[in-house]
Ligand binder design. Structure first.
Ligand code: NAD
Ligand code: DAU
Length: 346
């Protein structure tokens, strides 16, 4: 297998690159990343493997994609590159449309062009549980059969990209699988997201900005479990366990209220309860996500392996031990974002 990972310098992408290199019959892993604010070469700086190569460029550049497909004889694209933060999509949706929808369109058309020239390329399109919308307290978990019901601009652009993929499968018979996953946590996550933001603020003695009543529920999965799931989907499509056009969900049955996570982080960092600051709620805030992953279990033999308590503790430890990474990431534009998003509240 000769793999192109898009967004491999981001949080999940960098773990996918590392996990892919553990598969013995993987001959090549190319990482194409345009290094937006959330992409850092440092996330891959520990990778010393002659099969790995980084290319600084955009998924929106079709001629670059086709050149990589041809010269590197790519057989599978693991597509993770995206604008990924809900709050940013509320402030400005344009980059989300450009990357998540238009970027996916360019990937699909490039794959189609290669197919017409006789090169078959599988696509694993990495999507999110947010495309299914929000659950009421007693609703069952999402399954692959749930209708799409995106409720924030980020989720809408992910749902649009999922539908484009399905349309290309149906119309042009490209080979693609869509994976949808719940909230990831772990090392290397950009500190605009709940767990790294709260961990870093807790360690620094800063305020911990909890949106609304803090009782929103997310279903947390360790990034290594998700990365393994993406690779299982890739192998499942190659081996015929998954057919083109199929969707597969990943989750970990860790439904937890945000406030409980913040309190746990306070304990793990010896911070103070008084650092908690309830702030204005996120507009259109989804109340609850929960992912059913029976299909992944049954068809791919995949299950999450990292327990929440241990996973959270080692994640917090990672942020404590990687102060250089934290410092390089929390300078410049990051500070502007925090000031703009939270104003004087933190
Ligand atoms: P991230 O923001 O940490 O990383 C995104 C990466 O994409 C960055 O390295 C960025 O530089 C790169 N990128 C952005 N635009 C690009 C472009 N035009 N060309 C090339 N590279 C570009 O995001 P993440 O949390 O790692 O998410 C990765 C993927 O997984 C996304 O598609 C996201 O929707 C999906 N996902 C994330 C989660 C989660 O909890 N974080 C859960 C489910 C699905
Ligand atoms: O569910 C999968 C999705 O999870 C991914 O598709 C997205 O890319 C990823 O960003 C994530 O979206 P969320 O909006 O759920 O994650 P976030 O970390 O931004 O927020 C998690 C919860 O914490 C949410 O209910 C909002 C709340 N929150 C977040 C921040 C940043 C706060 O209360 N305070 C904060 O400062």
């Amino acid at each position: 297998m000769r793999i192109l990972v898009t967004g491999g310098c981001g949080f999940i992408g960098s773990h996918v690159v590392r996990q892919a290199l553990m598969i013995p019959n993987v001959e090549r892993v190319i990482n194409l990343d345009s290094l937006t604010y959330s992409g850092h070469p440092q996330n891959c700086s520990d990778i010393y493997d002659s099969r790995y190569y980084f290319i600084h460029g955009s998924i929106n550049d079709g001629s670059l994609l086709r050149e990589i497909f041809q010269t590197e004889q790519i057989s599978v694209v693991l597509h993770l590159a995206a604008e990924s933060h809900v709050d940013r999509s509320i402030n400005s949706v344009k980059p989300f449309v450009e990357t998540n929808i238009e970027g996916t369109r360019v990937i699909l058309e490039s794959i189609l062009e290669s197919k017409r020239l006789g090169q078959e390329i599988d696509l694993i399109h990495v999507s999110t549980d947010e495309v299914y919308g929000s659950l009421a307290p007693d609703d069952p978990s999402f399954t692959e059969q749930n209708p799409l019901n995106p409720r924030n601009p980020y989720a809408a652009t992910k749902a649009a990209s999922d539908m484009l993929v399905q349309a290309f499968v149906n119309t042009h018979e490209i080979s693609a699988v869509i994976t949808r996953c719940s909230n990831n946590y772990g090392p290397n996550q950009f500190p605009e997201k709940l767990i790294p933001l709260m961990t870093i603020n807790a360690m620094n003695g800063d305020n911990l900005p909890v949106y609304g009543d803090g009782k929103q529920i997310r279903d947390w999965i360790h990034v290594i479990d998700h990365s393994n799931g993406i690779l299982c989907a890739m192998l499942g499509l190659k081996m015929g366990r998954l057919s083109t056009g199929e969707v597969v969900n990943f989750g970990a049955s860790n439904e937890i209220e945000n406030i409980e996570i913040v309190q746990k982080i306070i304990q793990l960092t010896n911070a103070k309860e008084s650092q908690i600051k309830y702030v204005k709620d996120r507009p259109g805030h989804d109340r609850r996500y929960a992912m059913g992953f029976q299909k992944a279990k049954k068809i791919l033999g995949w299950s999450p392996e990292i327990e929440w308590d241990e996973g959270l503790a080692t994640t917090v430890e990672w942020y404590k031990e990687n102060s250089e990474w934290v410092e390089s990431i929390t300078s410049g534009k990051y500070r502007d974002w925090i000031k703009n998003q939270y104003g004087k509240t933190i």
